[in-house]
Design a protein around this ligand. Structure first.
Ligand SMILES: [Zn+2]
Length: 161
């Protein structure tokens, strides 16, 4: 009898645990732009597809955007949603384009999809394309956040002068 009670408790604990996780990740996000895997594959380059759709990470220092400090806006390479502004870009020394903030509302964080997002993960709020991760070791004088973004997931649109 005791054993059954114990098993029940363990069972409850496990189910609470998994339902807690479910709450955290809650309903699957739906994206304004939704395409099939085959459609993305056809549209994106292999490198873009690997990062945006497979949550891959590009090699550090491989993106020309890492050292790009021109004025402009960084758009999603998959759906062209503006995601980051040049004024919020800084040199983190990590080899990936880094920003201290996102364009509010256009970047979403840490959901659980089949790609396997974690909580510090960030992705395009419009198409769900994986962008990179956010860390708390950004510039202290501004937000303290470091949005570490794969350059291949971004298209730079220079400001018109
Ligand atoms: Zn997008």
């Amino acid at each position: 009898m005791k054993k059954i009670a114990l098993l029940t408790i363990i069972g409850l604990f496990l189910s609470c645990n998994s339902s807690a996780q479910k709450t955290e990740t809650k309903a699957k996000e739906t994206f304004e732009i939704t395409k099939t895997d085959a459609e993305w594959k056809a549209q994106l380059t292999d490198a873009e597809y690997n990062v945006l759709r497979k949550a891959g990470t590009e090699r550090p220092f491989s993106s020309p955007l890492d050292k790009n400090y021109k004025e402009g806006v960084y758009h999603c390479a998959a759906c062209n949603t503006p995601l980051f502004k040049s004024e919020h870009k800084f040199d983190s020394g990590t080899g990936w384009p880094s920003f201290d903030r996102v364009i509010e509302g256009n970047v979403a964080f840490g959901t659980d999809t089949k790609i396997g997002y974690t909580r510090d993960e960030e992705h395009c709020a419009t198409c769900g394309g994986h962008l990179g991760h956010v860390f708390n070791d950004g510039p202290k004088e501004t937000t303290g956040k470091r949005h570490c973004i794969n350059g291949v997931a971004l298209t730079f649109v220079p400001a018109e002068d």
